[in-house]
Design a protein around this ligand. Structure first.
Ligand SMILES: *Cc1c(COP(=O)(O)O)cnc(C)c1O
Length: 380
């Protein structure tokens, strides 16, 4: 029985050749490949500027600084995400103000965002969780109405759209990530996209030790080394040439999962709205109310024993130990997030996953869930 991994990068000879070609040159950093990759990403997002960085997290850190967020500023964000979308707020000593999520899109609940705005609120970090763009256009309007800076953590939504607008095109800036489990990968890497000239210039300087493009040893501001190497950028350029093929592969696998699990009473599937084009980042199902919250972890263990990769995307950020210690959050603070978190299960998902593999995951999942319920007569 060959294990099926949770995710797998889609690398072909084209990517391998592109990396090897760079290694035959003398320019392994700060060169033409990063520029080319930036141009491709700016075009994809419909933005004027793109700034390649060493990770999505580095991109978010630069965005917080370029947005001018200061200690004491309140920045609204979601507790249901990968930790980086909240951590970047802490990097600049601003205060993450968590707001509960919408149970359908799993993104920020817009009414609760409105209710959380205070005179100290300076910005919003919105996330397209699992690549779902739902609510991002409305979030942009809320930010505009209240004069807040919206930063779009688009790290899970590369290539998706909300209506006609690309994910990455919302707010002051968007940030993409290219870790190996994302839609496309550079090993490690990220990209900031924006239409704002000054914001872009600040990000370029921040990623390159605070230089302002003059002398190599002239540093305008406190900066970082958040550059993307030419090796990584070449990988990104090659992946961009195959983007449609990769996204189409992911759509095919997602739809196969949807068809296969549509009638299951054991799981709830992702909900799509008609205008939105999801960019499939992961395939996450939610265990139905037939199950107790603790059952999800048992199911994960049982699936892993049967060679099926899976994970609990995402544990609530506000309940991570360092957040509890710093802010005193407790269970019950964000009930929708906590309910969803206790029941979500990410299944194996990658662009070249075969129909047979999807079928094996689904039948193993169904059998495992059925087994768990047998014997609980009262609930079954
Ligand atoms: C992947 C991801 C990031 C950034 O990840 P890096 O590993 O730093 O590239 C940020 N936010 C979200 C929501 C993510 O999924």
């Amino acid at each position: 029985m060959i294990p099926i991994p949770l995710s797998r990068p889609d690398i072909t000879q084209r990517e391998i050749d592109a990396v090897v070609d760079v290694l035959h040159t003398d320019t392994l950093s700060i060169g033409p490949k990063a520029v080319e990759f930036e141009q491709q990403c700016a075009k994809l997002a419909g933005r004027r500027h793109a700034i390649a960085v060493s990770s999505g997290t580095a991109g978010l850190h630069c965005a917080m600084l370029a947005a001018g967020f200061k200690p004491g500023d309140e920045i609204i964000t979601t507790p249901f995400s990968f930790v980086a979308s909240a951590n970047c707020i802490l990097y600049v000593d601003a205060k993450p103000v968590f707001v509960d999520i919408d149970p359908i899109t799993l993104n920020l609940d817009l009414d609760k965002v409105n209710a959380a705005i205070t005179p100290k609120t300076r910005g919003i970090v919105g996330v397209e969780v699992f690549g779902h763009p739902g609510g991002m256009p409305e979030l942009e309007q809320i930010a505009q109405r209240h004069d807040l800076v919206l930063i779009e953590d688009a790290c899970e939504g590369f290539g998706g759209h909300a209506g006609k607008r690309a994910i990455g095109s919302f707010g002051r800036a968007g940030v993409f990530a290219f870790y190996p489990n994302k839609q496309i990968t550079t090993g490690e890497g990220g990209m900031i996209v924006t239409d704002d000239d000054a914001f872009a210039a600040t990000c370029r300087s921040l990623r390159n030790q605070g230089r302002d493009g003059m002398a190599w040893l002239a540093h305008q501001r406190l900066g970082y080394n958040y550059r993307l190497s030419e090796i990584s950028a070449a990988l990104g350029v090659a992946q961009m040439h195959r983007l449609e093929e990769i996204l189409e592969g992911r759509r095919r696998v997602a739809h196969h999962y949807m068809d296969r699990l549509m009638t299951s009473r054991f799981v709830t599937l992702p909900t799509l709205t008609t205008d939105d084009v999801m960019s499939w980042f992961v395939f996450v199902v939610r265990l139905s109310d037939l199950f107790a919250p603790g059952d999800r972890d048992a199911v994960m263990n049982m699936l892993r024993e049967q060679g099926i990769g899976c994970n609990n995307y995402f544990p609530p950020i506000h309940l991570q130990p360092y957040m509890v210690e710093k802010f005193g959050y407790k269970t019950g603070d964000f009930p929708v997030c906590e309910y969803v978190s206790a029941r979500t299960l990410a299944l194996p998902f990658f662009s070249r996953m075969s129909g047979k593999q999807v079928d094996r995951v689904c039948s193993t999942l169904e059998k495992t869930l059925e087994k768990l319920l047998v014997g609980r007569k009262g609930r079954f």
